[in-house]
Design a protein around this ligand. Structure first.
Ligand SMILES: CC(C)(COP(=O)(O)OP(=O)(O)OC[C@H]1O[C@@H](n2cnc3c(N)ncnc32)[C@H](O)[C@@H]1OP(=O)(O)O)[C@@H](O)C(=O)NCCC(=O)NCCS
Length: 129
């Protein structure tokens, strides 16, 4: 188990009561949405274009997220294809009132495609911005 995040901090927020499932834990869909938003920012920055999520792979919910946790998504561009980008995402939390002890709670890989105004795939430039 890793003990520190990899990649770039792409989004940071607080888990709120409205984001819970009927068990009182944070809803997995909310967490996926944060991962999608954060990695989408990175994908769009890398492609310098509009991007769409084409796939999510290997999503694992390793630990529950609780109300009040500080939720941070870290991501990096692992591979650039012709029009697609593979972006692993890790979610780390700091438990409510336990700042400074990050816990890895979720990981997954998001695949984005750069698209034009009509939503058609366009090449991602080779060089980094
Ligand atoms: C993304 C989209 C534009 C791709 O269109 P397409 O006609 O399938 O385009 P292509 O077949 O040329 O694939 C484009 C790239 O995506 C990759 N790709 C397509 N489906 C994939 C999948 N399921 N998993 C991983 N990569 C995939 C292809 O390998 C290709 O990569 P490359 O250019 O780097 O080699 C189209 O599928 C789409 O609009 N999907 C909906 C996206 C969306 O609305 N997302 C939000 C969901 S709420």
């Amino acid at each position: 188990m890793e003990n520190e995040p990899r990649g770039e901090l792409v989004i940071r927020t607080i888990a709120m009561p409205r984001d819970t499932n009927p068990n009182g834990d944070i809803f997995g869909g909310w967490l996926m949405s944060q991962m999608d938003l954060g990695s989408g920012i990175l994908a769009s920055k890398r492609a310098r274009a509009r991007v769409v999520t084409v796939a999510m792979e290997g999503l694992s919910f390793l630990q529950p997220v609780e109300v009040g946790d500080t939720v941070a998504c870290y991501a990096w561009v692992e591979k650039v294809g012709r029009t697609s980008m593979k972006i692993p995402v890790e979610v780390w939390v700091e438990r409510f009132r336990q700042h400074g002890v990050p816990v890895l709670v979720t990981r997954g890989v998001f695949i984005y495609v750069a698209v034009d105004e009509a939503g058609r795939p366009i090449p991602v430039q080779r060089e980094a911005p």
